[in-house]
Design a protein around this ligand. Structure first.
Ligand SMILES: [Zn+2]
Ligand SMILES: [Zn+2]
Length: 253
């Protein structure tokens, strides 16, 4: 199994996972042309992707899903609530409704969705496994729940939201209402919350930890790396960063 990011942050998200002959995206926040351009960097074309797993209906995650699915014949898997909250009803797209707590197979990849607290209709995040390795992905969650901790235990790789630094958010230029939303229970994880989650999960098999969905205004890569590396007792630069423009390159499990 290997994984890479095409971009991560409030202007668009897409994480690519490959196992056996199967390639799936988690989210597609970029339109067809931009998606093709970003996939090219990883040595792929859009036709190499089989399916997209959608976490929730916010545009940075779903913005390119249906346009890409129509153009490239991708299957789309999403919860009932996420589809219901979309302006696009998914007509002419191979759409599969998933249960937020029920595992399923997509080709060679076992997909284990789990519900998260976020201000969307029926948001989920995903643990992906190939029978040998486990990749846990978590962005867009307002707080850490015991169920999230249980789902992300014993992973070989974790991609974890480090959306903001609480102090930078508080002192930053965002309007009060937006600050309350982002920092609230159904908003986004800050560096300290991500570190707390990391401290609660089994870490003995962890080979990759990548901080994701960083706010360009209210966080810095160094602060996210500092928070997560303190838990692992590792060098800060061992913690990867998923950036908005570049994502990150393939990582092998
Ligand atoms: Zn988001
Ligand atoms: Zn969101």
């Amino acid at each position: 199994m290997r994984f890479a990011s095409l971009g991560s942050g409030s202007r668009g998200n897409a994480l690519l996972v490959e196992a056996g002959t199967t390639r799936v995206l988690i989210d597609a926040g970029f339109g067809p042309r931009e998606m093709s351009r970003r996939l090219e960097r990883l040595g792929l074309t859009a036709e190499d992707v089989d399916a997209v797993l959608v976490t929730h209906e916010h545009s940075d995650h779903i913005g390119g899903v249906f346009a890409c699915a129509r153009r490239f014949d991708w299957a789309v898997l999403l919860t009932h609530g996420t589809l219901a909250a979309c302006r696009d009803n998914g007509a002419d797209v191979r759409t599969t409704i998933i249960d937020s707590q029920e595992s399923l197979s997509v080709g060679d990849i076992c997909v284990h969705p789990f519900p998260v607290p976020h201000d969307a209709r029926e948001p989920v995040q995903f643990l992906l496994a190939d029978g040998d390795k486990r990749l846990g992905v978590l962005t867009d969650a307002g707080h850490v729940t015991p169920h999230m901790v249980a789902m992300l235990g014993a992973c070989d790789a974790l991609v974890l939201e480090c959306n903001h630094d609480a102090q930078m958010l508080a002192q930053g230029s965002y309007p009060q209402a937006l600050k309350r939303r982002i920092g609230g229970l159904w908003g986004h994880l800050d560096n300290a919350a991500a570190a707390s989650l990391l401290s609660q999960v089994g870490r003995s098999s962890l080979r990759h930890v990548v901080a994701a969905h960083l706010s360009e205004e209210n966080n810095s890569p160094a602060l996210a790396q500092e928070a997560l590396s303190a838990v692992l007792n590792c060098a800060p630069d061992w913690i990867g960063i998923a950036t908005q423009n570049e994502g990150f390159a393939w990582r092998d499990l």
